[in-house]
Every structure is written in structure tokens, then in C-alpha cells.
Design a protein around this ligand. Sequence first.
Ligand SMILES: Nc1ncnc2c1ncn2[C@@H]1O[C@H](COP(=O)(O)OP(=O)(O)OP(=O)(O)O)[C@@H](O)[C@H]1O
Ligand SMILES: [Mg+2]
Length: 267
Amino acid sequence: MIEVSNVQKAFDGNPVLKGINCTFETGKCNLLLGGSGTGKSVLLQCIVGLMKPDIGSITFDGTVYTNNKVGIRQEIRRKIGMLFQGSALFDSMTVAENVAFPLQMLTPEMSAEERRDRVEFCLKRVGLENAGTKMPAEVSGGMKKRVGIARAIAPQCTYLFCDEPNSGLDPATSIKIDNLIHEITHEYNITTVIVTHDMNSVIEIGEHIIFLYEGQKLWDGTKDEILNVEVPELKEFIFSSSLVRAAKRVDDEGGLAAITDEQGANI
Ligand SMILES: Nc1ncnc2c1ncn2[C@@H]1O[C@H](COP(=O)(O)OP(=O)(O)OP(=O)(O)O)[C@@H](O)[C@H]1O
Ligand SMILES: [Mg+2]
């Protein structure tokens, strides 16, 4: 479990995070949800240590990360896997070399054969067993995300952070990527944090959702609770999509009604 306590961050006197308190649960997909500019990426960067909070602390399974000794911070850092927005693969390396990269950096004691086996295992786990020799430019956007996931889990991470894993993907591929992250989270009991503003992901894999608004946490709960919340800012956010409004009507009518628009026409 990751615990965030009173995290505050300002840039040039402008507060961006205004005292965030939240927890990310082990073995679950924890979604950090919110509109553009609400501080999701800043919070994520504070948690993984790429940015330092002005005030507050972050604890990983009981060990304080913020302002702790370098050795302790490094130990936690080794357990963090990160799927970057846009995948951020190394263009000049093959798919397999990309997945091997964190192993070379983090576990230099691994033999070349062990490394090869681990890369093969991770590529197989994300359904890319035949793509190891391809270059990133030769694979699709969805495949790049899969390579990014394989690279993130290669060093057997305990914590997995994904910044907008669906950006740039079509809806069907997005759901496949969401489901893959969900499966891996449960299979390896990882604490997964996914930054998103995609309501499809919320409905699909939102086991624990934290809603940020103007640098504050306004709500947290599950995908089953989110459609019935009474927080005006969250309602405005989730029901800005007509598909979600339609889904709620189906839900209210016991799941039997056809999906209709506000006037009752089938959509
Ligand atoms: N390094 C920085 N220096 C100054 N301001 C920053 C910096 N990083 C972020 N900000 C500001 O902090 C605010 C929150 O940014 P953040 O990137 O966290 O938003 P976000 O919720 O991730 O939005 P999006 O959904 O568009 O990615 C923005 O107003 C942004 O301009
Ligand atoms: Mg962002």
C-alpha cells in the first residue's frame, strides 16, 4: 500500500497540490482521475520521486520515501515500474533490448541467459512473444504500450505507475491494454496507480478511484459507487460524456433497458 499524507506542491507561489491525503491499495488498480491541469501528473511525479513535495510525505508499505536516506529511497525505487505516456521506448533498440534495459540497470548480477529468459517471459506475458527482434518504429501504438508494460514489469516490480496508458489508442485497443494491466496487477499482487481521464477505464478497471479537482482530493471510491456520487464537480466530470449518461440510465433501470439517448431514442 502507498500512503500519501498532506502532500503540497506549488510552482512560483501557485499551489498545484493543496494537501493531498490518499492511499493506493495493494493488488488493485488505483485510478487517479481528474480533468486537465488538476495536478495528476505532478502528484504521480511526487510519488515516484521525480519531484519533491514542498510539504507532506509518501510511504511505501510502511517505509517513508520522502526525505529518507538515499539507500532506502533507492531500494524503493528499484521496486517501481513505470509505463510512460507515449511509451517512451528507445528508438535505436529492438523490442527485446528495450525490455532488457531495466534489468541491465537494476540487476547487473543477472546472467545474460537469465536476462534473456526474463525478457522472453515478459514479452510472452503481454502477447508479444514474436516481436522481440522488431524495432519500435515497426510496431503499432498498442504494441508499443505492451512493450512498455513488459519493460515496466521486467524487474518484478511491486509498484506500477501508468501515466495515461490509453492515450492515442482506439477504444478496443484501450480496453485490451486496461485489461492487461488489471490482469498483471492481480496476478503479481502489484500496487498499480493509473493516471487517467478516461471514463471507459473507470468503468472497466476502477477498483479504487481517487478524484482530484484543483489540487485537492474531492472523492474516492469504487467504479460501482461512482455513478451515484453527489459531489457536483465529480458529477460534472463523469456525466460530460453522453455515453456515461446513457450507461447510468441503463444501470438505474436494472440493466434491462436499451441504451437510449436523453429523448429516449436508441443509440
Ligand atoms: N514543472 C512545472 N513547473 C511549473 N508548473 C507546473 C510544472 N508541472 C506542472 N505544472 C503546473 O501544475 C498544474 C498541474 O499540472 P499537471 O501536469 O499535474 O496536470 P494534469 O492533471 O496531469 O493534467 P493533464 O490531464 O492535462 O495531463 C498545471 O497548471 C501545470 O501548468
Ligand atoms: Mg498529466
